[in-house]
Design a binder for this molecule. Structure first.
Ligand code: PMP
Length: 362
């Protein structure tokens, strides 16, 4: 079989080296004669592995001491509910910034628990590209329990690199599709959360990085498994955690360290994204309508000049070993998700295919 590249937005491709390691020790983990999936999360072997995974993540993101790292159930959407339930305390209001479908979905969940002020921070440039208003124009409301935003909108392909100054208002970020793609200054955030199935590992797990002083204010009715205080006290093992996903995330963290950490990973991601965007920009057949300053390095949506060719594009791409390029149903077109695990060869193969498809059909 020739090389297959999977451009799925999530669950996304995982590093081949990680999969091979997992495969090699699938039935006999650490010489125990059983799979890691069959081992108790209370066993010394599992606890040591879990702690090492956390430490590796702390090293990669330079997470300060005064932050807890939680390995939770429920993916990204689980945190759409957990964030308000944990952070509102006796406050009634929270602020949400809107940049696309995922930030909007977060609002729908939060509205069940709080008075939400939503602010659309999208705008267009003079040449008609979609962009995000400068952080200095973002509303900061001192009465809000927190300010929530999504630094990478997976569907629209919008990534926000600048950080706002929010003063005493905790900044909460849904980093599901950008976490670990570049270094970030964790100390600027109250909470960072992410569903795992893009840059971390398999689905079912979400990572929450939470500043300690924000823990302990959960609403009484919160389900215990979503209570950061309960999970922090139990080292994320209040109940049975998603053990296989946690293990695999640990392997991904080790792989990221071997790549040279996030500085090296970011360099590679910049090169991969530039390759694809430059090709799209140089063509009259393909287009991307996001302004350069906020173009996602992880999710690159694009359109064909003629929509009626979409199905042919997808089937010819599949035949060429390039999978899952269909855009999200809400926006249509195409989308190439090129997370950390996508090698530059995958992007080169995509560009070559797009080039020959254009020559054939333009
Ligand atoms: N936030 C973002 C930015 C996402 O891309 C996704 C899923 N694609 C989610 C949240 C929801 O994640 P989950 O399916 O794990 O609930």
């Amino acid at each position: 079989m020739s090389k297959i590249f999977n451009f799925c937005a999530g669950p996304a491709m995982l590093p081949t080296a990680v999969m091979e390691k997992a495969q090699a020790e699938f039935c006999n983990w650490q010489g125990l004669g059983v799979s890691v999936m069959e081992v108790s999360h209370r066993s010394p072997e599992y606890i040591a592995m879990a702690a090492e995974a956390e430490q590796d993540l702390r090293d990669l993101l330079a997470i300060p001491e005064n932050y807890k790292v939680l390995f939770c159930h429920g993916g990204g959407r689980g945190q759409f509910a957990a964030v308000p339930l944990n952070l509102l305390g006796d406050k009634l209001e929270a602020d949400y910034l809107l940049t696309g479908q995922w930030s909007k979905s977060a609002v729908v969940e939060a509205k069940k628990h709080a008075r939400i002020t939503e602010t659309d921070i999208m705008t267009t440039t003079i040449d008609g590209k979609v962009t995000v208003k400068p952080t200095t124009e973002w509303p900061i409301n001192a009465g809000a329990a927190y300010l929530h935003y999504c630094p990478n909108e997976t569907i629209e392909g919008i990534e926000i690199f600048d950080l706002p100054e929010t003063g005493v208002v905790p900044l909460v970020a849904d980093m599901s599709s950008t976490i670990l793609s570049r270094p970030i200054d964790v100390s600027k955030f109250g909470i960072i959360y992410a569903g795992a199935q893009k840059n971390i590992g398999p689905s079912g797990l979400s990572i929450v990085i939470v500043r300690e002083d924000l823990i302990g204010y959960a609403r009484k009715a919160i389900p215990s498994i979503f209570d950061y205080e309960v999970q922090a006290k139990a080292d994320s093992m209040f109940n049975t955690p998603p053990t296989y996903a946690w293990y695999l995330a640990g392997l991904v963290f080790k792989w990221l360290k071997e790549q040279g950490g996030l500085v090296a990973v970011e360099k590679n991601n910049i090169a991969k994204a530039a390759l694809l965007y430059n090709f799209i920009d140089g063509s009259n057949f393909y287009s991307n309508n996001v302004d350069n300053s906020v173009r996602s390095r992880m999710n690159i949506p694009f359109n064909l000049a003629d929509d009626s060719l979409n199905d042919t594009f997808l089937s010819e791409a599949k035949a060429a070993g390039l999978l899952t390029l269909k855009g999200h149903k809400l926006v249509g077109g195409m989308r190439a998700s090129i997370y950390n695990a996508m090698p530059i060869e995958g992007v080169q193969a995509l560009v070559e295919f797009m080039n020959s498809f254009e020559k054939k059909h333009a």
